[in-house]
Structures are given as C-alpha cells and as structure tokens.
Unconditional design. Structure first.
Length: 79
C-alpha cells in the first residue's frame, strides 16, 4: 500500500469571531510525492525535510491516500 506526501503552500484563514477571534492553518496543494512501500519513518522524515526546504511558507503532510487539493479538506468549526 503506497503512502503519499502532499506539499502545501500554507497560509492563515480567519475562523470566526468566537473567543475574540481565531485563525487556522490552511494550504493549497503544490506537489505530490509517492512513498515507496516498505519505506522507513526515517526515509519519510528526510523526504518531508527536503520538500519543506523548497517552500518558504510550505508544509509537507503524510497521507495514506492521494492528498486533497486543499488542507484541511473541510473548514474547521469552533466547538
């Protein structure tokens, strides 16, 4: 079973006025990397570090499925 690394260009979104206002991290997919089956966690961490170096305001996130176009997939709500 393959895993994937989604690289997202990250930004902050305003979540709402609750508790004086709150923000959340969001991103747009800019790159997808497939991780070979049987890869070690060290391999994944190294790949994430290499990919993050390419983006000043980016984040690499590991998925068990093809990464979504936007992160998070659904807008968070104040609970």
């Amino acid at each position: 079973m393959s895993k994937y690394i989604g690289v997202y260009e990250m930004f902050r979104n305003y979540g709402g006025p609750e508790e004086g206002g709150w923000w959340y991290d969001a991103g747009t997919l800019v790159r997808v990397e497939s991780i070979p089956e049987g890869s070690t966690r060290a391999y994944v961490r190294a790949l994430c570090a290499d990919l993050e170096d390419e983006w000043v305001n980016g984040e690499a996130i590991e998925f068990d499925y093809a990464p979504p176009q936007y992160y998070p997939e659904e807008t968070p709500r104040w609970e």
